[in-house]
Design a protein. Structure first.
Ligand code: ATP
Length: 281
């Protein structure tokens, strides 16, 4: 049963007018996986979404609704079964340095130091720069995420939060136009998560890039994003609602939690998730 749920929208932020509203375009996206019995599992069924060039989008939905599949298609790691996904008007067919992925489980190479992990990505993308310039790029980005002192350490010598910061530094060092993050803070303890959320938010505010982030945490989505995409359950999942988050940047989590608007938005998102949880389609 599909819940009868009124669309909830709040006024768009003025700052969003500056950006290219149709930077990423997803049109009638369908993704099906073949099943062993010869049938197909239609995971995503008719996704339509435009993302602005400086917009921070969060995607929330119950487990298995296809959030990671959607992110991987935008990252070029999976192909759509039908429909069109374009970035600045060009169809996305494969991974590209303009779209960098950050995963929940860090994906660092354990035999390379922190510095070398970032350098590997920089070497891959910056072909014309001198060794000195590339070293400078690595140094700058490690400093950006407060990892200068850990540059010579190996991944198994640093904490989970630090590993995630290496992943973020590595993604940002490529100067992507879009950051694609799959539960980037999911594996961290609450204190580390809060710190890293603020750091990422600050970096995104300073660097003007588009972000698409998967999260299971409604508070995190409200703190970080300009819009929240609420996904219906799969199979045949699509977008249930899109919520505008009306708070100006820079955001302070304590101030946000003092406003009634914050709780209205939070309750609305949680109600949506509850209804889809109890009315499993
Ligand atoms: N390569 C694949 N082959 C077959 N089925 C797949 C493949 N990848 C994902 N699926 C199926 O597609 C559906 C959506 O998976 P996906 O990982 O995108 O969901 P999700 O919303 O990100 O879940 P979670 O929140 O648990 O990470 C699931 O039923 C999953 O089993």
């Amino acid at each position: 049963m599909t819940p009868n749920f009124a669309t909830y929208t709040t006024p768009r932020l003025k700052t969003q007018n500056k950006m290219n509203q149709n930077f990423l375009e997803i049109e009638n996206l369908v993704k099906a996986y073949p099943l062993p019995d010869g049938e197909k599992l239609v995971v995503l069924d008719g996704i339509n979404l435009s993302v602005g060039s400086e917009e921070y989008i969060s995607i929330i939905g119950h487990s298995g609704c296809g959030k990671s599949t959607l992110l991987k298609i935008v990252g070029g790691l999976e192909k759509a079964t039908s429909g069109l996904v374009t970035l600045e008007g060009k169809e996305i067919r494969k991974p590209g340095a303009e779209r960098m992925m950050v995963f929940q489980h860090y994906s660092l190479l354990p035999w390379l130091t922190v510095e070398e992990n970032v350098r590997l990505a920089v070497d891959e993308v910056y072909k014309k720069e001198s060794a000195r310039e590339k070293k400078q790029i690595v140094t700058e980005h490690l400093a950006m995420v407060n990892l200068t002192k850990a540059a010579r350490q190996y991944p198994d010598e640093i904490s989970g939060g630090m590993k995630q910061r290496v992943g973020i530094a590595r993604a940002l060092a490529i100067r992507p136009k879009m950051l694609l993050m799959d539960e980037p803070f999911g594996a961290l303890d609450a204190l580390t998560r809060g710190k890293l959320q603020r750091q990422v938010l600050q970096i995104c505010e300073q660097n003007r890039l588009a972000v698409m982030m998967i999260t299971h945490d409604v508070d995190e989505a409200i703190l970080m994003s300009d819009r929240i995409i609420l996904m219906k359950n799969g199979p045949n999942a699509n977008i249930g609602e899109i919520l505008d988050v009306p708070f100006a940047h820079p955001r302070d989590p304590h101030e946000l939690r003092e406003s009634k608007e914050y709780y209205d938005l939070r309750n609305h998102a949680l109600d949506f998730l509850d209804r889809y949880f109890t009315h499993d389609e």
